[in-house]
Ligand binder design. Structure first.
Ligand SMILES: [Zn+2]
Ligand SMILES: [Zn+2]
Length: 385
């Protein structure tokens, strides 16, 4: 079945060029250095300016963020009342509970009414178009930006004052709750709309971890909304549970999920610093259930999802922020990059037709398996509420 997908493969040129550049001639390296000296310095200058006025001020203007002394009451540039600096909450302490909605005609109240043969037929008929997919991606992007806008306004955040890590953290908090841990080996993990990161890491690794875990959330959100669209139902905890299950029940879906997260991580950090361990762990535990070619096609599916997720992430992590992330990496990373792992990279993606077919395969097989494992999914749900 998976082999049939090879006819839909096309080159992911952008990714291939980036990786080739790392392995290739000095002229590319030179170009990279030039880019650094001009653009990085520009970015750094801006940062220095924004933190140069740290003094004894106790108040700030909620509009222009200029700082004022205790005796001042108003900002006469913006004509608004000043606020005490203590009103500014650090991004790390900002609490969020973002909601991503999807409305449909039906609203399922239990797994018995979702997991039916009629619904399996609806999935198999797959009345779903590229246009519907693009709309879902657009809505996720829009909701995240609206959430971030609210967070900025409610907490009087001045984006220019944020470190790169805080900027990415605030963006992540526009999608999911973010919690911290300071135990165990994992750098971070994603569990049901919550990212947990280990705060003992350096800021650069925290950024990588955040982007990786955020990619898991976005993939889950995309698939949940596709399933809701196919069943014409509103999104709720049941639908989310079902997709959570579909993403972990088989090595096929786990590989897609993990590979897509690694690809996103690679795009927004420096190549050579990604941690492929979770992907490799899955492969190591597999017997001969998938051939080499099938694993490559699975990676291409993950890569194609990653391109949609990158599109969403790029709405905030724009070119300037990307340069700052990479610069921070270069400054604070003591380990040399490991390009060896880049050989794992797959630089192919699916055509739009092939991509829709792969979504159909994931949902159809996953739903069919869910029908047989209703109890497992119910137990998982109980663990969440
Ligand atoms: Zn002002
Ligand atoms: Zn992962």
């Amino acid at each position: 079945m998976l082999k049939d997908f090879s006819k839909y493969l096309i080159e992911d040129k952008e990714k291939k060029d980036t990786i080739d550049a790392l392995f290739n001639s000095k002229s590319v390296a030179k170009k990279f250095v030039m880019l650094r000296s001009i653009e990085f310095n520009e970015v750094l200058d801006k940062r220095v300016l924004s933190v140069s006025d740290l003094d004894t001020s106790t108040k700030f203007c909620p509009k222009c963020h200029k700082k004022y002394g205790e005796e001042e009451n108003f900002c006469f540039d913006c004509l608004v009342s000043l606020k005490p600096l203590s009103d500014k909450i650090s991004v790390v302490d900002i609490k969020t509970k973002p909601v991503f909605d999807f409305k449909g005609k039906n609203s399922y109240k239990d797994f018995n009414s979702i997991l039916t043969l009629e619904n399996l037929e609806l999935i198999n008929n797959f009345k779903f178009t590229t246009k519907s997919y693009d709309l879902i991606v657009r809505n996720i992007k829009k909701t995240a930006l609206e959430n971030m806008d609210k967070l900025i306004k409610q907490n009087h955040v001045n984006l220019n004052e944020l470190s790169v890590y805080e900027h990415v953290l605030l963006f992540a908090k526009s999608f999911v709750k973010v919690g911290y841990k300071s135990y165990g080996q994992e750098l971070g993990y994603f569990e049901f709309n919550k990212i947990i990161i280990d705060e003992r890491q350096t800021e650069t690794l925290l950024i990588t971890t955040l982007i990786h875990e955020l990619s898991h959330f976005i993939l889950k959100e995309i698939l949940t909304e596709v399933l809701c669209k196919l069943l014409d139902c509103s999104k709720n905890l049941y639908m989310e549970c079902l997709i959570d299950y579909i993403l972990i029940y088989s090595n096929f879906t786990r590989l897609i999920d993990e590979y897509s997260a690694h690809c996103c991580e690679g795009r927004f950090t420096l190549y050579g610093y990604q941690d492929y361990s979770s992907f490799l762990n899955i492969i190591a535990l597999m017997d001969d259930e998938m051939s080499k070619d099938e694993i490559e096609i699975t990676k291409s599916i993950g890569n194609t999802f990653a391109n949609s997720i990158k599109d969403i992430l790029e709405s905030v992590i724009d070119r300037e922020l990307l340069i700052r992330i990479k610069k921070d990496f270069e400054n604070y990373q003591t380990e040399p990059p490991n390009y060896e792992m880049l050989r794992l990279e797959n630089c192919e993606q699916l055509t739009r037709e092939g991509f829709l077919k792969s979504i159909w395969l994931i949902l159809s097989e996953g739903f069919e398996n869910s029908l047989k494992n209703k109890e497992k999914i119910e137990d998982y749900y109980k663990g969440l509420i």
